[in-house]
Design a binder for this molecule. Structure first.
Ligand code: NAP
Length: 536
């Protein structure tokens, strides 16, 4: 596929999404020759044809506008992909690339499936889709639907590199325990979760992620059934094609935390109250300012009491509850027959109700010891320890981001790797939030961790983060990099973005180069698989 330079000038009166779409459309319509005939002032130098398509926007630490800019000139499916959060987290039921392709081909209609991208992604997807109708786009640039998209719902699609993603109801992993990692006085509830794999064929390597099919909270399910006026024991047809009781459908199959646009439309069409119907329709269409924001199904049933569709109609329109992925926190060489996770239980107030993250509170509160939980392994493609056991590694993982580094350290110990290990860890308070303190302190004492730098953000007036500690250790970081160290970052998006910026500043200063050259240095490290990130 060849890349065609942007045609619409940067200062043209369009939003980034509109400009990106128009550039893509014009590039497809005109082709390389046509693009070349556009006014010289508006055309950037033509780039060389690419042998293999790359996705330069596929980086969760890059801002949305910049991602769209990077996708300018590409086919509509690629522009749609650039609007996604780039996490490949699977919560939409696809990967960023395949969700975009399904939208572009029309196989998928819902624009609100990208959970980490939230409203911003949904708004840009809407803008991109509602630009000239998809049917008027040049046929040659129409992406092909993902394999199986027309036959099966997204949840039924397997992803490359998944192991054990079998049918719901299989029992490959046995939940064992979810121990509190925070001490008394903490504002957080982070759990060390253990699954037993004895009787399953799930096998993993450090760097991989563990996919969990969780169940919705039973109190929430009962409240929804009551508001709907349904009977929990009545059988319904589920959105994944199975048939079971309404209670089981709402507990195991349907996504009731984020009702699909189609479900909101069903509520709108069945609300006799005109005002409620219009407000629901505005919500379904993603109208800016439509309320209530981030509503779950119960919020909608409470806010719109006239909207009471037939239960089956609503259930059929709900999305399928998607599995959640967690970075694995153990090495199979160290904890045979088990997989460990580090999970932050998500709980917060919204619309006057206490809300819970589906999978994190399933693991922290509801899963019973010994319970069989459908699970699978997502293979890491680019988050792997260096094959050279002598290579030094630098790991930056505040909060739950420390999970894969616990696994890396276990692995390096198990294989007797001699490469030096350096960990930057941070969390709110040293007294209550130093996750795995005893283990890391022991590793530091016995030398497995050559360096351990800690940033407890709220132990002083000014917040202190891992990147502050990295700056303090600039000269040593630079010398480790010069000796061939591999760099790893794991954790939340904002942290990864700020740590990336700090790294560039450190490299520029220590390497006596411009910031641009430092970014190129980091990009080169990434190409050499020496700079890898697992961001959520
Ligand atoms: P966290 O509490 O968000 O952050 C850990 C530490 O990093 C805190 O000291 C925090 O400081 C600091 N920090 C905040 N912003 C930063 C920045 N820009 N740069 C550097 N450090 C920064 O970490 P967490 O416990 O891992 O939770 C992260 C979020 O991800 C949670 O909402 C969780 O639900 C979600 N999540 C977790 C998982 C999982 O459990 N594996 C998976 C997906 C999503 P301050 O808070 O004091 O500012």
């Amino acid at each position: 596929m060849s890349y065609i330079a942007p045609i619409i000038p940067e200062n043209a009166p369009f939003t980034a999404a509109q400009r990106a779409w128009l550039n893509g459309w014009l590039a497809a319509y005109l082709g390389p020759a046509g693009a070349a005939n556009a006014p010289a002032s508006s055309i950037a130098p033509a780039a060389a044809p690419e042998a293999v398509e790359d996705f330069p926007w596929h980086d969760p630490s890059v801002a949305l506008d910049e991602r769209l800019r990077l996708a300018e000139g590409r086919a509509p499916a690629r522009l749609l992909m650039a609007a996604m959060a780039q996490l490949d987290c699977g919560q939409c039921g696809y990967l960023c690339e395949t969700y975009a392709e399904a939208l572009a081909s029309g196989a998928e209609k819902s624009l609100t499936r990208c959970v980490p991208g939230g409203k911003e992604t949904a708004r840009v997807l809407k803008e991109l889709i509602e630009a000239p109708p998809v049917a008027t786009r040049p046929a040659s640039r129409q992406p092909s639907p993902p394999p199986g998209a027309e036959r099966e719902g997204p949840a039924a699609q397997r992803r490359e590199g998944e192991v054990g993603a079998g049918a719901r109801g299989t029992a490959p992993a046995r939940f064992d325990r979810a121990l509190k990692l925070n001490r008394d006085g903490s504002e957080k509830d982070t759990r060390h979760v253990v699954f037993r794999l004895d009787r399953s064929d799930l096998a993993y390597e450090v760097g991989d992620s563990f996919g969990v099919h969780a169940a919705n909270c039973p109190e929430l399910v009962e409240a929804v059934i009551e508001r709907l006026g349904g009977r929990g024991g009545d059988d319904v047809d589920c959105p994944d094609g199975t048939r079971c009781s309404l209670r089981e459908a709402l507990t195991l199959v349907c996504d009731i935390a984020r009702p699909s646009d189609e479900a909101v439309e069903v509520l709108a069409s069945r609300a006799p109250d005109q005002d409620e119907s219009q407000r629901l329709q505005a919500l379904a269409e993603g109208y800016p300012g439509a309320q209530p924001e981030d509503a779950d199904l119960l919020d909608l049933l409470l806010a719109f009491p006239s909207a009471r569709p037939p239960v089956q109609e609503l259930v059929s329109a709900l999305g399928v509850l998607q599995p959640r992925l967690y970075s694995i926190a153990s090495s199979p060489k160290m904890v045979r027959g088990e997989v460990h996770l580090t999970v932050a239980a998500v709980r917060y107030e919204k619309h006057g109700r206490r809300r819970k993250g589906v999978a994190s509170t399933f693991l922290a509160e509801r899963a019973a010891p010994g319970a069989a939980v459908p699970a699978f392994i997502r293979r890491a493609h680019d988050f792997r320890l260096p094959p050279d056991h002598d290579a030094p590694i630098i790991m930056i993982g505040p909060g739950t981001g420390v999970a894969p580094f616990r696994a890396f350290l276990q692995e390096r110990r198990a294989v007797g790797a001699r490469g030096r290990n350096w960990l930057f860890f941070g969390d709110q308070h040293r007294a209550s939030d130093f996750l795995y303190e005893a283990e890391f302190a022991a590793y530091h004492r016995d030398g497995l961790l050559a360096q351990l730098d800690l940033a407890f953000s709220r132990d002083q007036r000014e917040r202190v983060y891992v990147q502050h500690r990295m700056r303090e250790r600039s000269a040593e970081l630079w010398s480790w990099l010069a000796e061939g160290a591999h760099l790893f970052i794991c954790g939340a998006q904002a942290m990864a973005r700020d740590v990336d910026a700090a790294l560039a500043a450190i490299i520029a200063r220590q390497g006596k180069m411009s910031l641009g050259a430092a970014k190129t240095y980091l990009a080169t490290l990434a190409r050499q698989q020496r700079y890898q990130r697992d961001v959520y």
